[in-house]
Design a protein around this ligand. Sequence first.
Ligand SMILES: NC(=O)c1ccc[n+]([C@@H]2O[C@H](COP(=O)([O-])OP(=O)(O)OC[C@H]3O[C@@H](n4cnc5c(N)ncnc54)[C@H](OP(=O)(O)O)[C@@H]3O)[C@@H](O)[C@H]2O)c1
Length: 272
Amino acid sequence: MRFIEANGAKIPAIGLGTWELRSRTCARLVEQALKLGYRHIDTAQVYENEREVGEGLRASRVRRDDVFITTKIWTTHFAPNDLERSTKDSLTKLRLSEVDLLLLHWPNPHVPLAETLGALAHARKLGMTRHIGISNFTVALLDEAISLCPEPLVCDQVEYHPYLDQTKVKEACARHGLALVAYSPVAKGRIKNDQTLARIGQTYNKTAAQVCLRWLVQQNVAAIPRTSRLERLSENIDIFDFALSDEEMRDIAGMGSPKGRLTDFGFAPKWD
Ligand SMILES: NC(=O)c1ccc[n+]([C@@H]2O[C@H](COP(=O)([O-])OP(=O)(O)OC[C@H]3O[C@@H](n4cnc5c(N)ncnc54)[C@H](OP(=O)(O)O)[C@@H]3O)[C@@H](O)[C@H]2O)c1
């Protein structure tokens, strides 16, 4: 496993996304993923599966210290007291004393960012999390967060895959020493039939999804693909035994557009 290092954090480059994985399916996939060598699990309060993520972690018998667990605070809990209380709830559900990374899930313009970031940093001081970060922050909001946060932030988790050009956010993360963590890294499965990725994959005996994930990791980006299928758990982590050429990296980057976003929850910030 490769790690992405950022402001003191060592983030395993491939993690398991768990959005929409529920109940026993979620616990079983987390357990299997860890048994297969995953060391990074991504959950969130709003996914309503923190309990099952904790169950899967314990069932895997992998040492707690060897696994990087991220959870995210939902926007309705951004007032300082709510943030602390809801983080405690998350830890109770996960049955953990701390997570590795605690993120603000989306920007919330209705609560002053300085207050929320102060509370997030305080949660770290209290030992509830080893690292803190943000998610879905635009470049402008990221710059603002850096200037307001009393403790170092380690990542911005944003949508990123070959169809979405994220050069600006990537550059902003690099400027501030943050990792970019890519969500929807296989474009919600749409890369499966991509001819360019499949053609490149033939050279290495890899699938389009593996080429896509390799392309992300080779840019020093962490990726958290989700799958509900056991065979794809293995496929998505089997990307560390080949390297794309500079030309292949450029060809894949050329497929992206600033308008390639797949996620629109209606309350998203203005990205451009
Ligand atoms: N911070 C945020 O606001 C935010 C937003 C969205 C997501 N996330 C996080 O990022 C994770 C990943 O994003 P995502 O779930 O939106 O999308 P994704 O991981 O890009 O795509 C998941 C979809 O792709 C399919 N898939 C997975 N591996 C595949 C492979 N090797 N070949 C073909 N299809 C494959 C899965 O189907 P099968 O199940 O059939 O394999 C599933 O339908 C989430 O689970 C969540 O943890 C965060």
